[in-house]
Design a protein around this ligand. Structure first.
Ligand code: SAM
Ligand code: SF4
Length: 336
């Protein structure tokens, strides 16, 4: 008799598949972004669980790899503050055989880390820069570190590293004027870097900030249309961004608008928090802890079955437009 080995794939009830995991490796962050951690990272004394350790991450990634995951994004908090950050990348690539390991960072010390990042074999880096004006940057993040981040980007480029994306949260009366947009246009004219504005999202902690600074990404869309940027309907990369190109510019512009209709239709990612909770959606109320099944190498099958069973609970949409923020106090716990 011939038995066919069918590889189990992560798939939900709406036909969406999940080749991509966002893995938060720490809640700790050294910045104080107004929309995320305005008072900086605070230790949660009621929660004495430690962040996932290297062996747990290895077991988790191996199982996801078996379930068809080919891309893992390391995020946080600030992922690069972990002392074993480069060791984690190595384990994901070499032991779990994850094809693409990518990183989201606030760019802290990027000038010094650029070479190590390139040497680690990561496939891409997303750097958060909310403004090219160093005073505005400092006001938003609480740190005067824009020059080292921009130098870090130069260093990456000199090492021929190309998959660089910059993300900024769009904030009314702070970084959303025509002048701000023109500054970014100048930047991507010369730099092969994709720049995307993310619409500010409401979380459990930031209601006042949200009410004060949220602005629809339409303002940026109108700017792009007025300035002859062309919406890229084909070749869209595996992400939530609407991309715009212009032949006179080396880089691309993008918009990530979580409140827009259809945002969830193309969802292809699941999230793991730094303490090992599987989150089916950034804003979902559903979260199950996987940690008890990450303790020994022989728990693989049980872990795989638990993850597969969870897939039927993934909802069609985040329902953010109805004011739902789910379990998300701020994005430092789930990685944005
Ligand atoms: N510390 C890293 C960083 O800032 O890039 C990684 C974690 S951070 C939570 C990931 C992304 O989420 C960043 O681009 C950040 O700007 C974005 N973010 C955080 N809070 C947000 C919010 N309330 N609305 C929209 N984006 C947010
Ligand atoms: Fe830290 Fe990133 Fe949150 Fe800013 S957005 S406070 S850099 S985790």
């Amino acid at each position: 008799m011939c038995y066919l080995l069918i590889m189990q794939k992560l798939k939900d009830s709406f036909g969406r598949t999940f080749p991509y995991i966002r893995l938060s490796i720490t809640d700790v962050c050294n910045f104080k972004c107004g929309y995320c951690l305005p008072d900086g990272y605070q230790v949660d004394k009621s929660d004495n669980r430690k962040f996932l350790h290297l062996d747990e991450i290895k077991r988790l990634a191996k199982v996801f790899s078996k379930l068809g995951v080919s891309k893992i994004r390391l995020t946080g908090g600030e992922p690069t503050v972990r002392k074993d950050f480069f060791e984690i990348i190595k384990v994901l690539k070499k032991e779990a055989r994850i094809e693409k390991v990518v990183v989201t960072t606030n760019g802290y010390n990027l000038d010094k880390k650029a070479k190590m990042l390139v040497d680690s074999g990561i496939s891409g880096i997303n750097i958060s820069i909310d403004s090219l004006d160093s005073n505005i940057f400092r006001d938003i993040t609480g740190h005067n570190r824009l020059p080292e981040i921009l130098q870090g980007i130069k260093n990456l480029q000199e090492l021929n590293f190309t998959n660089i994306k910059i993300n900024a949260v769009l904030l009314k009366n702070i970084n959303a004027s025509e002048k701000d947009f023109n500054n970014w246009a100048e930047f991507i004219k010369k730099n092969e870097v994709d720049f995307r504005f993310i619409e500010l999202m409401r979380t459990g902690d930031n209601l006042n900030y949200f009410n004060k600074y949220h602005i629809s990404a339409k303002i940026f869309k109108n700017y792009l249309n007025k300035n002859n940027w062309i919406y890229q309907t084909f070749g869209k990369d595996a992400g939530p961004s609407l991309n715009y190109i212009n032949p006179k510019y080396k880089g691309k512009f993008g918009i990530i608008a979580p409140y827009s209709k259809d945002f969830c239709k193309t969802c292809n990612r699941l999230r793991i928090t730094s303490r090992g909770d599987l989150r089916l959606c950034l804003f979902g109320n559903t979260g199950i802890n996987l940690r008890h099944l990450l303790q020994k190498d022989d728990q693989t099958k049980e872990l795989q079955d638990l993850i597969m069973r969870q897939m039927k609970f993934k909802k069609e949409s985040h329902y953010l437009e109805l004011g739902e923020t789910g379990l998300t106090k701020n994005l430092s716990t789930t990685g944005g």
